[in-house]
Design a protein around this ligand. Structure first.
Ligand code: AMP
Length: 571
């Protein structure tokens, strides 16, 4: 397919914020996509591989500037000054290409496949002359691009497509394009997406317009799968009301989710955001080999940090570095040991266990592992119908430095990636939200060189809306009282900067953080209409929690209403 056709669709999608319109534009387009062009499914999300694949396009603004300069014959300085004015390198490229195109006569036709082919070579390049080679692959595309094509090429390269399309938008577009918008098939389609995590694969099965074909998409060991998510329980009675009695109650560990895949000798570890963290946890690989029986499996677990001396459990932030740090791994695993708590099994010895009732899955977990406390154990669980028993178990969990408890319906299947309500969480009332950083401000004086203030946003549909700024409670030195540090945040944000104006910057929404605050107020100062009072970033969830799981505007409002009813009760 001509890339121009896709670029026009991007443009249409970007021109509306209405979800239904986006779905209708996309479904019309998908109707025209042929099976051999199925890589377009990746391009629609600004990618060249499925979302879990680590091979990113990853082009810095600097390289993009050079490529624009080379392909349009414009000095870099001018490209930069236009960028400062427009705040979008894509728009800069579009404008400069327009002027240039008036002078050149013929241009080549760019196809989506050519774009994918060139972009796929970028992450493969290594060693001497890499930058030059990258530049020439990009300039080759840009020189044959029309203005609108160059706009979306640049945005794809720097990872900021700005068309407001999420996986769910694509799902509804597939449902409409191939299954007549039959809502009865939505669940099957969603299940297929959750098993596959690869929209190209789903598209290739959906294009035949037979919903049964989607069943051919199977769980694959070694390919990441989304973890099942929890909803909130108000209290113990609420949990019994929703899940029935008896139910399973487990510790809610304050660590990070770890999905363990094993096939023969090959073990792979994934976080909840599908990041491959195998290399970061050599000791865990050892535990799995030694303490778990089976030729192939996918297990769900939570890794929790503890203090080697006191044997006390620590909180997530204390071990969050273990997910992100790619060097000194041996030292770090000595300093910050983790215990793996296994609580579910999705696949075992060649058979999917997704449909097996939870009670049997929990029994299987306990059959196949040999427990070694402070290394690898089955999660602490009771099965009970007694309120009192739950109460004392909950207290024990808190005393053990854990967050609270999880309630699990004993008959339910495992639903990857979904908050279906057969797993509920309960923790002490706390004012916290998972938010994303969308901007900030460079510091001055002692803090120059660091980003020293951070803009926090929640989401609403495809948009990110600011809800506060935070600059206090952040550490200046590594490991200072276990705080998040300026250094860490600045390093994570630097490659994501999309706009700079004086000291203020905007960044591509990527870094998810947990924020504690005193209360929420209505506020005209922020786009969300809300402001957090005294927010504090308590942990960086980058690599752990995906962007799709940050707080929504509805959740913010719910927290506000809850806080108000608490104040009535106690105030
Ligand atoms: P939250 O992050 O507050 O939405 O809580 C859900 C998270 O709790 C899951 O994603 C897991 O990482 C974690 N968790 C801790 N203990 C358990 C457990 N026993 N069963 C399931 N999830 C758990």
């Amino acid at each position: 397919m001509r890339y121009e056709k896709l670029a026009e669709v991007y443009d249409k999608l970007a021109s509306t914020t209405k979800r239904l319109e986006k779905i209708s534009i996309l479904s019309g387009f998908l109707d025209d996509v042929k099976k051999e062009d199925s890589d377009i499914m990746y391009l629609l999300e600004g990618r060249i591989y499925p979302s879990y694949d680590e091979r990113n396009i990853g082009i810095s603004n600097q390289i993009a500037i050079k490529a624009i300069s080379k392909s349009t014959g414009t000095p870099s300085k001018k490209v930069i000054s236009l960028w400062k004015k427009k705040g979008d390198l894509g728009e800069v490229s579009k404008e400069l290409t327009k002027t240039k195109k008036q002078m050149t006569l013929a241009s080549h036709v760019l196809t989506t496949q050519k774009v994918v082919d060139n972009l796929r070579k970028l992450p493969e390049l290594e060693g001497k002359g890499t930058i030059e080679k990258k530049l020439s692959l990009i300039t080759e595309l840009l020189t044959s691009a029309s203005p609108i094509e160059s706009l979306y090429l640049i945005r794809t390269l720097i990872g900021d497509l700005r068309i407001g399309v999420q996986e769910s938008t694509i799902k509804y577009a597939i449902l409409r394009a191939f299954f007549n918008d039959n809502k009865e098939y939505e669940e099957d389609l969603q299940n297929a997406i959750d098993r596959s995590n690869d929209l190209r694969e789903v598209f290739e099965y959906a294009i035949g317009k037979d919903i049964k074909d989607l069943e051919k998409i199977k769980l694959e060991v070694g390919k990441p799968i989304k973890a099942m998510l929890a909803q909130k329980a108000k209290d113990i009675d609420d949990a019994f009301k929703h899940l029935g009695a008896p139910l399973g109650v487990e510790y809610k560990y304050d660590g990070f989710r770890l999905l363990i895949h094993k096939k023969g000798d090959k073990i792979t570890l994934f976080t909840r955001s599908l990041e491959n963290v195998t290399r970061q946890f050599p000791e865990v690989i050892g535990y799995i080999k030694e303490f778990i029986k089976g030729d192939s499996f996918i297990l769900d677990s939570e890794a929790v940090g503890y203090d080697r001396k006191t044997k006390k459990y620590t909180d997530f932030q204390a071990i969050s570095q273990r997910i992100r740090r790619k060097y000194d791994i041996g030292k770090l695993s000595d300093k910050l040991p983790v215990e793996v708590n296994i609580f579910d099994v999705l696949y075992y010895n060649g058979k999917s266990e997704l449909e097996t009732p939870f009670k049997e899955r929990a029994e299987l977990v306990r059959k196949i592992i040999k427990e070694h406390p402070y290394k690898l154990i089955a999660s602490k669980m009771i099965i009970t119908s007694e309120r009192k028993e739950v109460e004392s178990f909950y207290k024990k969990a808190l005393k053990d430095n854990q967050e609270g408890v999880m309630f699990k319906n004993l008959e339910s299947p495992y639903k990857p990636g979904r908050r279906v309500g057969n797993m509920l969480k309960m923790k002490p009332e706390e004012s916290e939200l998972d938010l994303v950083i969308t901007g900030g401000e460079w510091g001055t004086g002692k803090r120059s060189g660091w980003i020293s203030s951070f803009n926090l946003s929640c989401k609403s549909g495809d948009e990110y809306l600011e809800i506060g700024k935070v600059g206090t409670g952040i550490g200046e030195k590594e490991n200072e009282e276990n705080k998040v540090t300026f250094d860490e945040l600045t390093n994570l944000m630097r490659p994501l900067i999309t706009k700079e104006k004086g000291k203020e910057i905007s960044v591509r929404p990527k870094i998810v953080v947990t924020v504690h605050y005193q209360d929420i107020q209505k506020s005209p100062n922020y786009k969300s209409g809300w402001a957090l009072r005294f927010p504090r970033i308590t942990s960086i969830r980058e690599g752990d929690k995906p962007l799709s799981e940050i707080a929504t505007l509805e959740e913010v409002e719910k927290n506000f209403l809850e806080q108000r009813s608490r104040n009535y009760k106690y105030g």
